[in-house]
Design a protein around this ligand. Structure first.
Ligand code: F6P
Length: 364
């Protein structure tokens, strides 16, 4: 049945990525210009919906200039699934409750006829479950890690690799002056897209990614080989989710599997091992959230704007439960639940072989 759509909500969930504001602008301008929709923003992801935060009216004036702004004007929350809402109990303890029906009722109360949700695998999983209980949702995939299944590229990735490549360029000049090994830890929880792409673009000698467990001996051998050839500096890129063949991923807070756990520390481990075994000068840089912040690149603005605009058209076509995705150069619609499939780097792919052909070690 075709239902009338008048008011469309937008929500940004999960961690932010450069380009989210361009998605909002693309959706708002297309929704207003093509369909005369009233566009409204929900603050702070699903938390804002559940906690009755005031809506943000999104008209032309409100989205002016947003194409170039990093972050998200709506705020984002990594927590806040309506299926597992944290509740304070009278005895001071907390428990998680399924309040998903309230989310549906809240959308009805707010007279939101359709919801555009931009988010990563977690947010898309929630969207798919909300769709199953009646929410009219379309999805927009987002992550700087570029690891969402069903889309060839996510916005935010291009900005992240630009930042990581610039960091490598800067590290190289100082590494050369001081004859040092520079280790750069970049983001990439499950997949090494940022490490591999920026590593190749930035002339790294070793690139360690989650998909290929590494052996420190291979990294030592590479650095020795470089030194013997007369070059007295090297660059090592480590994805935060990389791990040795006989060890686990490194967490600086909590443990694997815990919601509050934070990956990080593998760069320092690799740096310390190089210092211990090669007795050479090593410095470690952890790039962290610099990769998530700042102005999106033109390529990310372009992709994010296309995604946002396409999402408004998908609302008009009532493609509920579908997510916009990039296949080759074209936009397609795919079921939101498929976004949860992680897109990993195939260790036998051309791109990995190319890195090996250049003389880069992947640590295996
Ligand atoms: O998934 C995107 C990502 O940037 C990961 O690479 C990283 O591990 C994580 O988010 C960091 O999340 P937070 O902002 O919660 O620390």
């Amino acid at each position: 049945m075709v239902e009338e759509i008048r008011r469309v909500g937008i929500l940004t969930g999960g961690g932010d990525a450069p380009g989210l504001n361009a998605v909002i602008r693309g959706a708002v301008l297309t929704g207003i210009n093509c369909y005369n929709y009233e566009m409204v923003g929900i603050r702070e992801g699903f938390d804002g919906l559940m906690n009755h935060m005031p809506l943000v009216p999104l008209d032309r004036d409100r989205v002016r200039g947003l194409h170039m702004r990093g972050g998200t004007i709506l705020g984002a929350a990594n927590r806040g699934s309506p299926f597992a809402q944290k509740m304070e109990l009278p005895d001071g303890t907390t428990e998680k409750r399924d309040r998903s029906q309230e989310a549906i009722e809240r959308l009805r109360e707010l007279e939101i006829d359709a919801l555009i949700v931009a988010g990563g695998d977690g947010t898309m999983g929630i969207s798919s479950r909300l769709r199953a209980i009646g929410a009219k949702i379309v999805g927009v995939p987002k992550t700087i890690d570029n690891d969402l299944g069903e889309t060839d590229v996510t916005f935010g990735f291009d900005t992240a690799i630009a930042t990581a490549t610039e960091a490598l360029d800067k590290l190289q000049t100082t590494a050369e002056s001081h004859h040092r090994v520079m280790v750069l830890e970049v983001m990439g929880r499950d997949a090494g897209w940022i490490a591999l792409t920026a590593g190749v673009a930035g002339g790294a000698d070793a690139i360690l990614i989650p998909e290929i467990p590494f052996r420190m001996e291979r990294v030592f051998a590479k650095i020795r080989q470089i030194n013997e050839a007369g070059r007295r500096y090297s660059l090592v890129v480590v994805a935060e989710g990389a791990h040795p063949h006989d060890g686990e991923q490194a967490y600086y807070i909590g443990e694997a599997g815990e919601a509050a756990a934070r990956l990080g520390g593998m760069g320092n481990f690799v740096g310390a091992e190089i210092t211990r075994v090669l007795n050479t000068e090593v410095r470690v840089t952890v790039l962290g959230h610099l990769q998530r912040g700042g102005t999106p690149t033109p390529r990310d603005r372009w992709l994010a704007t296309r995604f946002g605009s396409a999402a408004a058209h998908m609302v008009a076509r009532q493609e509920w439960g579908m997510m916009v995705a990039l296949k080759g150069n074209d936009l397609v619609s795919v079921p939101v639940e498929r976004a949860a499939d992680v897109k990993l780097i195939n260790p036998n792919s051309e791109r990995v072989q190319m890195a090996r052909d250049l003389g880069i070690t992947l640590g295996d």
